[in-house]
Design a protein around this ligand. Structure first.
Ligand code: SAM
Length: 267
């Protein structure tokens, strides 16, 4: 088993965790002042994370080790937890159970956290919510748990759809309150997601894609409907602001967490 051991913790090196994932890490854990990143082969790493060491270690069940290090993640009035930590959710917090797996969205990324928190700040009672790039389904499921009448999650990656459905089930979301379909915004939204306007649209993608999809966001939001966008690096915020101004969005607000930004606006 190949491990790249980097001095620091998830907290002190939060900004560098993405670099490890982008370099091909298959798992990360924190142990005794080190971040341990699992790799299949040695790779060239960016300068910011070259202060670690490659180590060949005897095989162990890394998945079990990774799982053992997961902690609940608080996102406003919601706490995101893996199933085995459900009982650790503080009273008064809304538990959102996500099984860590192949799809992005366990809550351990700042963008997911900020998006869940932003959804918790909206009045979603009886609303229809569209989640573009649903991954694990975390944002659509959060919306349903926060009172949305229906939350539709779409993703271009087919692997995410059964995962999101299972996560919705794990959270006891009634059948039909969430619907997950393979696809994206474009010529037409997949029919099962409902082709009318939505009351709220949330998307954790990346700046270039928000720029490309901004006109679609208008087309799928009722006038005045809140838009919640994240996955945006601070360095690319201007691109998203320009796109939203171009498409006539108003009330643009920005929240930062490390190198990541969340933008809210109204259609
Ligand atoms: N919504 C989850 C969260 O907030 O943690 C997952 C977000 S993850 C950063 C982005 C997801 O968007 C991935 O699952 C990816 O497959 C999907 N995706 C990428 N491009 C897309 C597109 N053009 N349309 C729909 N989904 C897309």
């Amino acid at each position: 088993m190949l491990v790249y051991a980097l001095p620091g913790t998830f907290e002190t090196r939060e900004d560098h965790l993405d670099l490890l994932w982008e370099a091909g890490a298959t798992g990360l854990e924190e142990r005794a002042g080190l971040i341990r990143a699992y790799f299949d082969t040695e790779v060239d790493l960016p300068a910011q994370i070259r202060d670690g060491q490659w180590q060949n270690e005897a095989d162990q069940d890394w998945l079990a080790a990774f799982k053992a290090n997961l902690r609940p993640v608080r996102a406003g009035r919601v706490t995101i937890v893996p199933p085995w930590l459900r009982t650790e959710v503080e009273s008064g917090q809304l538990p959102l159970v996500i099984e860590p797996g192949m799809a992005f969205g366990t809550g351990h990324h700042a963008t997911t956290r900020m998006a869940v928190e932003a959804l918790g700040n909206l009045d979603l009672q009886g609303k229809r919510v569209l989640d573009v790039g649903t991954g694990s389904g975390v944002l659509a499921i959060a919306a349903a748990l926060l009172g949305a009448a229906q939350a539709a999650g779409v993703d271009i990656d087919p692997i995410t759809i059964p995962i999101a459905r299972e996560n919705a089930q794990e959270n006891g979301v009634p059948e039909g309150r969430t619907v997950f379909v393979e696809g994206t915004l474009g010529d037409e939204l997949p029919e099962q997601a409902g082709d009318e306007e939505f009351d709220v649209l949330v998307a954790n993608l990346y700046a270039e894609l928000h720029d490309l999809l901004a006109a679609e966001y208008v087309a799928h939001l009722r006038p005045g409907g809140p838009l919640v966008l994240t996955g945006i690096l601070t360095s690319k915020l201007g691109m998203v602001q320009d796109a939203l101004n171009r498409e006539g969005f108003s009330g643009i607000q920005v929240r930062e967490d490390g190198e990541w930004v969340l933008v809210t606006a109204s259609a």
